[in-house]
Write a new protein. Structure first.
Ligand code: AMP
Ligand code: MG
Length: 481
């Protein structure tokens, strides 16, 4: 028996929100990983989850008591073009639990089979993207960045057909909700104002309780703008590139969701891009703060009909809120990068100092992660092809540091607490996937272990800090499916 203390609220929303689905059995479910700490936080029993009955649940073969399996409906702009009908094509929400901190968490399976939203797809996932999402989402969490979590990964014993047959797998994803900008667009595009209103009330209650009241829709929008400004600043601070910032992959609660061809940068360049499906670089590293504004504008557009009787006034008010993104983002970005330079105080000129460093790094083959981390020691100049490029900047930085009134130790501790020592480097992630497909989960476990403490220098994981050689470098990452 697997007891999950479900307390399902999404399933109580109108039928327009989802389609009910049934579990579809897989041949030979096998547990690859269980996140026991997370299980305990959710009030689940890890022993039950690792039992055959538990693995059946985590593979989507059987629904536990109290589950109300459903596929959520949503729409979305994909690379700028609107698709009115997307939805969970390969995912199934089992239900929600209220965790030990009192937070409502979705328990969702990804790769669990076809749904009414699958269109031409098979509803399945293969092992590679499942393990990538597991490793990267847990690494993000360990870095203190808001994200969906990974509870488990299971292989199904079935093949999925991509370019070649590949081992099928299912991820169990945990999230404070799966409400996307595209969920709002879904109802707005249908002019289904009753559902739009129900979604707005539900989202406010779940994510932004302070926005309850007559100005709820504007309060929700404004809170989402703030949450995303803070989130994207964190992404930028660790060199994370989401890869597919479509509006259906943009979470209204400001958490990172849908890890597809995502990547952490090795050497820094603002135009850095890995996704194989993003030919024009729409979602390149440096574009992320602009793209999120575009996505948030779609959220505003969806909410306008609920914002009052005077649409012109609502548009103006929403535009003002949207325009506040840039100042909020700037503040969050400065806080992030000041800390990365060991600076606690805010001074004029800090932005120029940070930009100067980044500009020097670009084109110098400077590894993003290692350069910032090295600022906590004396070897940062070695990260530059021409170390003298660093020296001029260093002189300016040392003068600025001297103004701080903190000790060098304090400064270095601050740097180390914001600039990770280890990140899931693309070549390590690819190597891990290759090994797993061959039946060796050692690299997967090792990566997870190293990334559980990303801000610590651990001798045993020293090799994971090394940037790829030109032979090892992964320059292209592929979609999550
Ligand atoms: P993504 O941008 O990868 O999160 O997915 C975009 C849309 O494609 C979503 O509606 C997914 O549910 C759907 N999708 C992706 N892969 C599959 C698949 N293998 N089978 C069915 N639907 C899929
Ligand atoms: Mg998606």
């Amino acid at each position: 028996m697997v007891k999950i203390p479900f307390d399902n609220s999404y399933a109580a929303l109108p039928e327009t929100f989802y389609s009910r689905v049934s579990p579809s059995p897989v041949s030979a479910p096998k547990l690859v990983a269980l996140n026991t700490d997370l299980a305990v936080e959710l009030g689940l029993n890890p022993d039950e989850l690792t039992s055959p009955a538990g693995v059946a649940v985590l593979s989507g073969s059987a629904a536990p008591d109290g589950a109300t399996p459903l596929a959520q409906a949503y729409a979305g702009h994909q690379f700028g073009g609107f698709s009115p009908q997307l939805g969970d094509g390969r995912a199934m929400l089992l239900g929600e639990v209220v965790d030990q901190s009192g937070i409502r968490q979705d328990i969702q399976l990804k790769g669990s089979g076809r749904t009414p939203y699958s269109r031409g797809g098979d509803g399945r996932a293969w092992l590679g993207p499942v393990l990538r999402e597991y490793v990267v989402s847990e690494a993000m969490h360990a870095m203190g960045i808001n994200t969906t979590r990974a509870l488990s990964a299971v292989t199904t014993g079935d093949s999925v057909m991509r370019e070649t047959p590949l081992p099928g797998a299912v991820l169990c994803r945990v999230a404070t909700s799966h409400i996307r900008v595209g969920t709002f667009q879904y109802f707005a595009a249908r002019q289904d104002l009753a559902s739009l209103k129900a979604l707005t009330d539900y989202t406010i209650a779940r994510h932004y309780p302070d926005a309850v009241g007559p100005d709820g829709p504007m309060g929700l929008f404004s809170a989402a703008v703030t949450a995303q400004a803070n989130l994207i600043a964190r992404w930028m601070g660790v060199g994370f590139i989401h890869g597919v910032m479509n509006t259906d992959n943009t979470h209204v609660g400001g958490i990172t969701i849908d890890y597809g061809p995502c990547a952490f940068m090795d050497s820094y360049h603002p135009a850095r891009l890995y996704s194989s499906i993003d030919r024009r670089g729409r979602y390149a590293y440096g574009n992320q703060p602009e793209i999120i504004v575009w996505n948030l504008a779609q959220l505003a557009t969806s909410l306008i009909p609920l914002m009052g009787d005077d649409p012109d006034a609502s548009v103006k008010a929403a535009t003002d809120v949207l325009h506040s993104f840039s100042a909020q983002y700037k503040t969050a970005w400065l806080a992030e990068f000041r800390a990365k330079l060991g600076l606690k105080q805010a001074k004029d000129g800090d932005e120029a100092l940070i930009m100067d460093l980044l500009e020097r790094m670009a084109g110098q083959n400077a590894d993003f992660t290692n350069t910032f981390r090295a600022l906590a020691g004396d070897k940062a100049r070695d990260q530059f092809t021409d170390p003298t490029v660093f020296d001029d900047w260093n002189t300016r930085w040392q003068i600025r540091l001297a103004d701080e009134g903190t000790t060098q130790n304090e400064q270095r501790r601050l740097i180390r607490s914001t600039s990770p020592a280890v990140i899931p480097r693309n070549h390590r992630v690819e190597e891990m996937i290759e090994a797993a497909v061959a039946g060796d989960y050692g690299p997967f476990q090792r990566l997870n272990a190293a990334l559980a403490n990303p801000f610590e220098d651990i001798k045993e994981f020293e090799d994971l800090k090394r940037p790829p050689t030109s032979d090892e470098e992964v320059t292209e990452t592929f979609c999550g499916t």
